[in-house]
Design a binder for this molecule. Structure first.
Ligand code: HEM
Length: 130
């Protein structure tokens, strides 16, 4: 039985470094680049969104807090309010993230935990009715 109140924050120490998270983000944005629904939401240059998502995930999974040092409190729902996110954008985001998770073997031992985290978090980001 898993009684850890926050298994997500054990992932970074278990994986042992940044690499898997940068790989995850690369794979995720590969999908976004060719996603007709999501691509228009992001800026032309994806370098900054890639870095932000990697640093956020590193911090959230128990790694260094560079994300908050650079960008302050995550306030994720507020940061997403400028974008129209319905269940369609949410589902597209999840599809790309699930493909990215598949593509990073180092994260496979934590796949179920990450899946649940992203499922909940992406649903929380919905800010517009269908
Ligand atoms: C539900 C569908 C989602 C959509 C359509 C979406 C879309 C976006 C967009 C368009 C940006 C702005 C990129 C930029 O201009 O730099 C952004 C930023 C970001 N998103 Fe999402 N997102 C979604 C869900 C999520 C989830 C589930 C997470 C985390 C697990 C997340 C984490 C982030 C982070 C860390 C940033 C950068 C915020 C910052 O520091 O400026 N997003 N997202």
């Amino acid at each position: 039985m898993n009684i850890d109140p926050d298994p997500v924050s054990n992932i970074y120490p278990a994986v042992g470094g940044d690499e898997a998270f940068y790989q995850l983000v690369e794979e995720f944005y590969k999908g976004v680049e060719s996603d007709p629904l999501l691509r228009p939401l992001y800026p032309k240059d994806l370098a900054e969104p890639k870095r932000s998502l990697a640093l956020f995930m590193i911090q959230r999974t128990g790694g260094p807090g560079t994300y908050s040092q650079e960008r302050g409190h995550p306030r994720m729902r507020a940061r997403h309010l400028p974008f129209r996110i319905t269940t369609k954008e949410r589902d597209a985001w999840m599809r790309n993230m699930e493909a990215a998770l598949d593509a990073v073997p180092a994260l496979h031992p934590h796949r179920a935990t990450l899946q649940e985290f992203f499922d909940n978090f992406s649903t929380f980001m919905i800010n517009t009715p269908d």
